[in-house]
Write a protein that binds this ligand. Structure first.
Ligand SMILES: [Fe+2]
Length: 493
């Protein structure tokens, strides 16, 4: 469109036509992290949507917004949505649930109840006990969910009213990690002061972005840390927490000054935050701060994972693409049972390798052969991006136009009766590649039913056991030849 026409159209949109509730812009902050989202009216976007909506009924434009917001969140680490006046707690909760399940705020030991609570998933903080819980979040820099086994993935804060100096302080953890002596934090676990025995790895790779990050709660939130599973002394713990405090000072703290009607979304694993002392000020009885919080439940325990480079990853390439295993990245040191589902694996491919990466589709026999070789080399199952439905003749390959090469004769693992929808019709629409390069149908994420193992039980070689399923990603070949992981995150995932 010529510039003049574009300008005219922009003016027309701005003056005469209603702006779409789902068209928005991401404006990165001048500092190294954070972005402001403009042009997105969350209340309009979710008009008529209840907090417990049926996922299958979400309109496409709303699902598309959620996908874009999630990507922006992992890229920028926090998102500020200004001018969301009148956002109700129901809509705040519905917005969060576009990204997964809201955590029940009342279900951990460090949460006191408040008489005005509307919903167990919504916490209300204030400087006045008549209006919310007081004294929360001021203990020290922390990530939320440091008292539960699976910390929260994201935190969504909405400001109903604010007071001067009632700020939220933010610090980016990748940068803090870079300033810590590797020898000081090697094998160290953060330990909760509130839950005996609860630990998280202090340093690990972010499960979505692949960046190095940290997990801790400082001040009164910290118990005695451990190193290689041996409890450290108070002095040793203080040496680590002191180094973290110094690194935070070096990196610099971002002060978010609230306006009433502002919404803030934090990538809880990429940032540490705390409430400033000013949030609790009570000198002026008319000065009222009210902040509503909902948190997105995490999916997997935090785990140290092997760094992977293209050079070290199992892969096969043809002239145009490479199929790359991320098993070294998603494998757990504690053994199988906790692995990413298909949607999470797609995100891992994209964030860890390159924006153009995705789970591999296998509509050609050559790609299926390459996939089989990678999977045999690794010796563990891998997700591919195909859908199989009971009673349907063909596999659907998202994004593929036209037919595949198989003419219905897919390399299913026939000796175990695949595809078998073993938990009932339609229960296993996703596909992984297993021993011999053969295909198996499976649920699209780890199974959660009681008495059922989360991963598939397969005979591979002589033994039968439960396996994890790892991402098998496809990336353009030139990215591999350029070296590094597509140049996106440098040499290391
Ligand atoms: Fe917090």
């Amino acid at each position: 469109m010529p510039p003049r026409a574009a300008l005219l159209q922009a003016l027309l949109v701005g003056v005469c036509l209603p702006v779409s509730p789902s068209a928005f812009e991401v404006l990165p902050n001048e500092s190294s992290f954070g972005a402001t989202i403009t042009g997105l009216d969350v209340s309009r976007l979710l008009e008529g949507v209840s907090p417990d909506f049926d996922r299958a009924t979400i309109p496409k434009h709303v699902a598309d917004v959620a996908t874009s917001v999630k990507r922006a969140l992992h890229e920028h680490r926090y998102l500020h949505f200004p001018l969301q006046d009148g956002l109700t707690w129901e809509t705040q909760l519905a917005f969060l649930q576009l990204f997964g399940h809201a955590y029940d705020e009342s279900s951990h030991v460090n949460r006191k109840s408040w008489k005005g609570e509307k919903d167990a998933r919504v916490a209300v903080f204030s400087n006045n006990p008549e209006h919310g819980l007081v004294g929360v979040g001021v203990e020290g820099f922390h990530s939320d969910g440091n008292v539960v086994p699976i910390p929260h993935a994201a935190t969504l804060l909405y400001c109903e009213s604010t007071i001067a100096g009632g700020n939220t302080l933010l610090v980016p953890l990748n940068e803090v990690h870079a300033r810590l002596d590797p020898a000081l934090i090697d094998g160290v676990n953060f330990a909760s002061a509130h839950v005996p025995g609860l630990e998280h790895p202090l340093a690990y790779h972010h499960p979505s972005s692949g960046r190095q990050t940290l997990f801790f709660g400082l001040g009164a939130l910290s118990g005695l840390y451990s190193r290689h599973n041996v409890t450290m002394t108070q002095e040793e713990t203080d040496a680590v927490t002191g180094a973290i405090e110094s690194a935070i000072d070096e990196v610099g703290v971002h002060t978010h000054e609230w306006d009433a009607g502002s919404l803030l979304m934090l990538d809880n694993l990429a940032l540490a935050h705390k409430a400033s002392a000013g949030t609790q000020a009570t000198s002026d009885p008319d000065a009222l701060r009210i902040l509503r919080r909902v948190t997105l439940a995490g999916k997997r325990k935090l785990a140290r994972r092997d760094p992977v480079t293209f050079a070290s990853a199992a892969k096969r390439c043809d002239d145009s693409v490479c199929l790359v295993s991320l098993a070294r990245y998603t494998r757990n040191e504690e053994g199988p049972g906790d692995f990413p589902g298909v949607e999470e694996s797609r995100e891992i491919c994209r964030m860890a390798l390159h924006e153009s990466a995705d789970l591999a589709t296998l509509p050609t026999k050559e790609h299926a052969r390459m996939a089989g070789e990678v999977v045999e080399e690794v010796g563990e199952p891998h997700w591919i991006l195909g859908e199989e439905w009971a009673g349907q003749e063909s596999v659907q390959w998202p994004g593929l136009e036209g037919a595949d090469e198989w003419a219905g004769e897919y390399p299913w693992h026939s000796s175990s009766g695949q595809p078998n929808d073993c938990d009932g019709p339609g229960s296993e629409p996703c596909i992984f590649v297993g021993p011999g390069g053969n295909w198996f149908d499976f649920a699209c994420a780890p199974k959660t039913a009681e008495g059922v193992t989360p991963g598939p039980e397969i005979t591979w070689g002589d033994a039968r056991r439960m396996f994890d399923i790892h991402p098998l990603c496809v990336v353009p070949r030139e990215l591999v030849e350029d070296g590094g992981m597509g140049g996106r995150r440098g040499e290391e995932l």
